[in-house]
Design a protein around this ligand. Structure first.
Ligand SMILES: [Zn+2]
Length: 438
């Protein structure tokens, strides 16, 4: 008679020990297995603990050596080691509330106020579940610029001290060089300034820099290949092919901040996360999404927004006041334009944590310390009682007059969208500071 196969698979030793009524148990299990005339896979939770692990034999899960002998008469027994890819394991852990070990890591905008930095350090000591891992910021002006204008003035010396202070308190720094426009480096003095700027950034020992255009990626890779790179949201990465092409070319890429619309596209976001985390030919990278700097959904003027801000921060003339006007008016005329955008409230963080997102970015580099504190506390607390608009820049609205929308009324809304439903919202709102003029 040909024997059937018995594959003994998996089992987590030392986990979930149970006191079992032992009398007759191993006999019963062995008898049940022997009654089967087919190939079987046996979860080795049912193999007993070794004498070393359980010398008192108080905790047992079944089979003794003599049981195995009986089984060997009828089965070919194969002890199997099942290897689960690390990315798959991480995903499972994140979906298992009992084993959840990794929580959300936040990257917070700085206005360079020391009081804000001290507050962030304090929050890290209070909230144990999530962590403020990075602070991000930049000088208000530079040869390369960044993607936010009208930033508070700060000297290089002050930045150096503040970056060091954060590091001494366990918070890393992400230095932004995320303008979308590359300066003319064929001009010799510009080229010199560019090298000096990056020499300075490198000396600060910042853990990562954020880059907003391909030419700059090339420049950094050739001149400063050991600087670690985050691809800015300003580059608008939506497709897997786009990011993989960059990863192939520039192995110093460590992270990508995905295009806003990915916040609402669960299937595409999962694909991005798997692609980023898997150990294949390309080095794994981290995924970051932006929570609170929304324009319209897939705003058709996004490139223009970034271009204007880039020019201003490079010290060039641009009509800064007009940059949000068109979108702001659309939002004010129809609040659904806000509801349709890609924001993530503190209560929604869990949804993205469960999918395996590594970082959530909280924007607001030109905001007051009071506003930034309120936002970070809300996200670390994962709950905010008040006007959802407090979490966003009021400048997105004409005359900086956002409406009042009770944040709690939006509970469950994003989850439904991610599940492919079209939730109906009965949102009532009022113009807290008076309706803006048309
Ligand atoms: Zn816009």
């Amino acid at each position: 008679m040909t024997k059937n196969n018995l594959f003994m698979v998996g089992g987590a030793k030392g986990v979930g020990k149970t006191r079992l009524p032992l009398e007759g148990l191993t006999d019963y299990i062995t008898g049940e297995i022997l009654s089967q005339n087919r190939n079987l896979v046996l979860d080795t939770h049912y193999a007993r603990y070794s004498d070393k692990e359980e010398p008192n034999k108080q905790f047992r899960r079944g089979l003794e050596p003599e049981d195995l002998e009986r089984l060997l008469e009828k089965f070919n027994i194969f002890p199997c080691l099942v290897e689960v890819p690390l990315c798959e394991l991480e995903q499972r852990r994140k979906n298992d509330p009992k084993k959840r070990v990794i929580n959300m890591k936040f990257c917070i905008a700085t206005n360079w106020d020391e009081k804000l930095h001290d507050y962030l350090v304090k929050l890290n000591s209070i909230y144990k579940k999530d962590k403020i891992e990075y602070v991000f910021g930049s000088a208000p002006f530079s040869i390369f610029g960044s993607a936010v204008a009208n930033l508070p003035s700060v000297s290089s010396e002050e930045m150096e001290k503040k970056i060091a202070h954060l590091r001494n308190n366990g918070i890393k720094f992400n230095y932004l060089v995320n303008s979308t426009i590359f300066p003319d480096l064929t001009i010799k003095s510009n080229y010199q300034k560019a090298l000096e700027y990056f020499d300075w950034i490198k000396r600060q020992g910042v853990e990562i820099i954020t880059i907003g255009n391909k030419q700059l990626l090339d420049f950094v890779y050739h001149h400063f290949p050991d600087l670690k790179i985050n691809i800015s949201i300003a580059m608008g990465i939506k497709k897997i092919e786009e990011i993989n092409e960059l990863r192939k070319k520039y192995p110093n890429i460590e992270r990508v901040t995905l295009h806003h619309t990915l916040n609402r596209n669960k299937a595409a976001l999962i694909k991005h996360i798997k692609n980023a985390h898997c150990k294949g030919k390309l080095k794994p990278i981290k995924i970051e999404i932006l929570a609170n700097e929304i324009c319209l959904y897939n705003c058709p003027r996004m490139k223009e927004h970034y271009a204007v801000l880039s020019k201003i921060t490079q010290g060039n003339q641009a009509k800064s006041g007009k940059v949000w006007e068109w979108c702001g008016k659309k939002r004010a005329a129809n609040v659904n334009e806000f509801l349709g955008a890609c924001w993530i409230r503190p209560e929604d963080v869990q949804l993205y944590e469960d999918l395996g997102v590594d970082y959530i970015k909280i924007a607001g580099r030109r905001e007051s310390t009071k506003n930034l504190k309120l936002r970070v506390q809300a996200y670390m607390n994962r709950r905010y009682n008040g006007n959802v608009m407090d979490l966003f820049m009021s400048e997105f609205w004409p005359e900086s007059k956002p409406p009042f929308i009770d944040n709690q009324k939006l509970d469950g809304y994003v989850g439904k969208i991610l599940d492919g439903k079209k939730p109906k919202l009965n949102i009532s709102y009022k113009w807290k500071y008076g309706k803006p003029k048309k």
